[in-house]
Design a protein around this ligand. Sequence first.
Ligand SMILES: C[S@@+](CC[C@H](N)C(=O)[O-])C[C@H]1O[C@@H](n2cnc3c(N)ncnc32)[C@H](O)[C@@H]1O
Length: 230
Amino acid sequence: MKISRSLFRSTALVFIGALFAVRAASAQTGPMRMHHGFQDTRKWVGIFESPERAKWQKPDEVVKALALKPGENIADIGAGTGYFTRRFARAVAPGGIATGLDVEPGMVAYMKRDAEKLGLKNYRARVAKPDDPELAPDSVNLIFFCDALHHIAGRVAYLKRLHPALRRGGRIALVDFKPSSPIGPPKAMRIPPGEAIKEFREAGYRPIREFNFLPYQYFIEFVPSRAAAR
Ligand SMILES: C[S@@+](CC[C@H](N)C(=O)[O-])C[C@H]1O[C@@H](n2cnc3c(N)ncnc32)[C@H](O)[C@@H]1O
C-alpha cells in the first residue's frame, strides 16, 4: 500500500515528537534524566511499532547493511519493544542469539512475550542497569543502539565498559537523529554525528563505515581502535 508523503511525515513527527517530549520532560530532572519516561509500555508500543515507521526507519535495510551471519550474538541496547531485536534474532539464526536490553522492565516483559509469540527461541531480553549493560566478556559480535545512546548519561565511560564484551571482529552500530533532519528534537538536544564519533574515539573506538540511506538518522559502525592491530 502506498503511503502518502503527508502521512509519512506526520507519523515521523509523532514518533520524534514523542521522543522529544521524553527528553524535554527529563531535562528538568538532572543527572537521572536519561532513565525515565518509558514506563508506559502500551503507549510506546503504539509509537515504536507503528507500521508507518518502517517507511523512514527502513529496519530491514538496516539489518541487511549490518551483514549479520548465522551464529553471531547481538546486544541491542535500549531495545524498547525489540523493534530491531526480533529482526536480529532471525538474521543470526541458526546458532546466534539476539538480546534486547532495556532499563524499563515493562519493555523487557514486552520483548519476552513477543519472542514467545513469534517462537523465536534465540530472542532474549533482560533489564539493564542504566550505567552498565553488564555484557559478559567476549560474548557479542555486534552492539546496536537505535535512538537510545542519547538517553545514556556518561556515554564515554559507558562505551568504555563495552570493550571486553566484543568478540574478535566485533562492532558497535549507532543509529540516531541527524542535526540536519527537518523534523526531530531541537538541534541542541541531538547528538551530532561528529560529537558521537568524538565520544566513540575517546572511548577507544574508530568509525569504519557510514550508511546514508536513512532520511532522518545517521548510521555509523565502529570497531575498537585496537582492532587495527589485529
Ligand atoms: C527511543 S527508545 C528506542 C527503542 C528502540 N531502540 C527502537 O529503535 O525502537 C529508547 C529506549 O532506551 C531505553 N533506555 C534509556 N536509557 C537506557 C539505558 N541507560 N540503558 C538501556 N536502555 C535505556 C528506554 O527505556 C527506551 O526503551
